[in-house]
Design a protein around this ligand. Structure first.
Ligand SMILES: [Zn+2]
Length: 326
């Protein structure tokens, strides 16, 4: 049901043997709780955007892989939020044939780490502007600023930021070994989606970020629609290994610090949220260490600390999120 950017699925088959115990985070599908309409209707940004989770297990090359999905949806107060989430989940499921929904056992009252990290404390990314909104300017700069915002907080840095023609196909279960930020029409009401793969050692192997061009993306500090840098910075946080600090559907689990965090699972349309807060900094330092990365050549030092253990229980149903009106 989506248009297919040129060459999207061409020559993008993963190398045999490279994918063992692949784990995918489809992170933060920012969504709008309205029926998909003409792009002009989407210029109205009045909603809270909330994330919700879906973790899948998929058989792949004789092994079981995991797909953890975090979808940020907008609750516009019309009462259709749960139905919108349900529709998007079914759409995502359709892109991972044979996948079985799993209950993610991760619970925390502070920052939450995913079950992977990048062993060199860095990853190289590129930006593909193909398919962006015709009137959008400053997009490449916004993406670069979002990536760079994570680079001085701990022993972590995104590198690269070059322009590319590679497609961000990981969200369609198609990997190419390149970490790509790009544009792709999303199912239903999804705004943006980040998909991160990692191997059995817990080391990241690829992430792609897809942004739906049908939304009112802006890059300036005035007339803000959906602030591209704010959302992309949150997505980059998922790509480097962070989850949300608490469950917004259970407000008792969310402190003021949680709510202030860039990685909090809500974003208010029309606002700016470009700076990492104390909880975000604590998270990245817990994962990669406190010393800022040198600006020059990154040192590929293996990380010795043990990985957080991911525990998951197979459940043969899709668990729908609770709807919370904040
Ligand atoms: Zn998120």
């Amino acid at each position: 049901m989506h248009t297919n950017p040129s060459g999207f699925f061409r020559d993008r088959r993963p190398a045999m043997g490279r994918i063992l115990w692949l784990v995918v985070i489809v992170a933060a599908c920012l969504s709008f709780a309205m029926t998909r309409q003409a792009p002009a209707a989407r210029a109205e940004v009045t909603s809270q955007f909330h994330d919700t989770d879906l973790l899948l297990a998929i058989p792949r090359e004789g092994q079981l892989s995991f797909v953890s999905i975090e979808m940020m949806m907008a609750d516009d107060g019309t009462g259709n939020f749960a139905a919108q989430v349900d529709a998007v989940r079914f759409s995502v499921l359709s892109q991972f044939p044979g996948a079985v929904p799993v209950v993610d056992a991760q619970v925390a009252a502070q920052y939450v780490l995913a079950s992977f990290r990048w062993s060199n404390r860095t990853t190289n990314w590129s930006y593909n502007p193909t398919g962006k909104p015709a009137t959008l300017t400053g997009d490449a700069g916004a993406v670069a600023a979002a990536a760079d915002s994570w680079g001085t907080l701990g022993a972590w840095r995104f590198t690269g930021g070059n322009s590319t023609t590679a497609a961000p196909g990981a969200c369609q279960n198609v990997t190419d070994g390149q970490n790509t930020v790009g544009w792709y029409p999303q199912a239903g009401s999804v705004l943006a989606m980040t998909c991160t793969y990692w191997n059995s050692l817990g080391n990241g192997t690829e992430f792609d970020m897809q942004i739906d061009p049908a939304w009112a993306w802006t890059t300036s500090l005035t007339n803000i629609g959906v602030d591209m840098q704010s959302v992309v910075a949150h997505e980059f946080g998922h790509a480097l290994g962070l989850k949300h600090p608490c469950d917004f559907t259970q407000p008792a689990t969310c402190s003021a610090s949680d709510r202030a965090a860039m990685m909090y699972g809500s974003y208010t349309g029309g606002t700016i949220k470009r700076l990492q807060q104390s909880d975000d900094i604590a998270a990245i330092q817990a994962l990669y260490g406190a010393s800022p990365m040198p600006v020059s050549t990154p040192t590929p030092t293996p990380i010795a600390a043990p990985m957080p253990t991911q525990t998951a229980v197979l459940r043969f149903h899709v668990s729908l999120p609770f709807v919370s009106h904040e």
